[in-house]
Ligand binder design. Structure first.
Ligand SMILES: C[S@@+](CC[C@H](N)C(=O)[O-])C[C@H]1O[C@@H](n2cnc3c(N)ncnc32)[C@H](O)[C@@H]1O
Ligand SMILES: [Zn+2]
Length: 277
């Protein structure tokens, strides 16, 4: 399943170490994940989410606000794989494993492989695995732009709010493999933006440049939530890109709010790998 990030040969597991035939080896961390980032990928400027970001997201997700999305995407993945025996699924940019572990619980016959460039996030994935007691999930620190998997390894790749790689997804998917990309819908968290900005705009659809794929369909999945805790509101805010773009004055307004009715809106786009790639 994994390939050596240095020489791209298959890795084999022996005790607590993944080895390739060229003598490169990668220890399995005490928590159970492996770090397969290349030296270039270890660039601290590109280290993914830090400890504080991971904690804010974990605390927010643990409250269940996005559980309906995990359920909906899990159903879609399950439908896409109905004719597939023992499927392999990569969760690319899996964060701290909230979605991966939920999918793994819903699809016990599938094997899930989460990767994320943030070591802090991947370490938390293992905590989730142990708490949920799932055995069909593995996690590695790696980049979506250098996936540590053999060519044609996966039946499906899911990517939720994380960077998308046309080339690597096409390489690691089997012929006819499926790609599910989840991103914010136009109305996602609009009410939060209305609090922060004078002229809030709807989100524009993401352009991914996925020319090795054909787009089959898009599902817009929306539901209302009410947040009645200041801590949850601030955790959600720190998960959003607005956190970096908002004036201190507007951000201060948020600190005095302890109830917020919000639209959660997601675009779930389904792609198929084109023939010949
Ligand atoms: C907004 S978070 C989403 C995490 C998770 N999918 C979720 O929805 O909870 C984006 C994630 O992408 C990761 N990331 C950023 N650049 C990456 C890359 N090049 N390869 C893999 N993961 C990356 C970050 O570390 C972070 O965990
Ligand atoms: Zn090697």
């Amino acid at each position: 399943m994994y390939v050596c990030p240095i020489c791209k040969k298959r890795l084999k597991k022996l005790d607590n170490v993944w080895h390739c035939q060229n003598g490169h080896s990668f220890d399995i961390a005490r928590k159970g994940y492996v770090n397969l980032l290349t030296t270039a990928g270890r660039n601290p400027k590109n280290a993914g989410d830090n400890k504080e970001m991971v904690k804010a997201r974990t605390d927010f997700l643990d409250k269940g606000y996005y559980l309906p999305l995990a359920g909906k995407t899990g159903e879609i993945i399950s439908e896409l794989l109905t004719s597939c025996k023992d499927p392999h699924i990569i969760d690319s940019g899996c964060g701290e494993g909230f979605y991966t572990v939920n999918y793994a619980k819903a699809l016990p016959d599938a094997q899930f492989f989460g990767i994320d460039i943030s070591k802090n996030a991947v370490a938390h994935c293992m905590t989730r695995v142990h708490t949920a007691n799932v055995t069909n999930c593995s996690f590695a620190v790696a980049s979506s732009f250098e996936l540590p998997f053999m060519d044609g390894f996966a039946d499906l790749i899911v990517c939720t709010f994380a960077p998308v790689s046309n080339d690597e997804y096409a390489r690691t998917l089997k012929s006819g493999g499926k790609l599910v990309v989840v991103s914010p819908s136009p109305r996602h968290l609009f009410e939060l933006k209305a609090l922060l900005y004078e002229k809030p705009y709807e989100n524009k659809p993401n352009v991914y440049g996925l020319n090795k794929f054909t787009e089959d369909r898009e599902i817009i999945f929306e539901y209302p939530i009410t947040i009645e805790s200041r801590e949850d509101i601030l955790n959600l805010y720190s998960m959003t890109p607005y956190c970096y773009k908002t004036s201190a004055e507007a951000a201060k307004r948020l600190e005095s709010i302890d109830r917020l009715e919000l639209t959660c809106g997601f675009s779930i786009r389904i792609f198929t790998k084109k023939r010949g790639f």
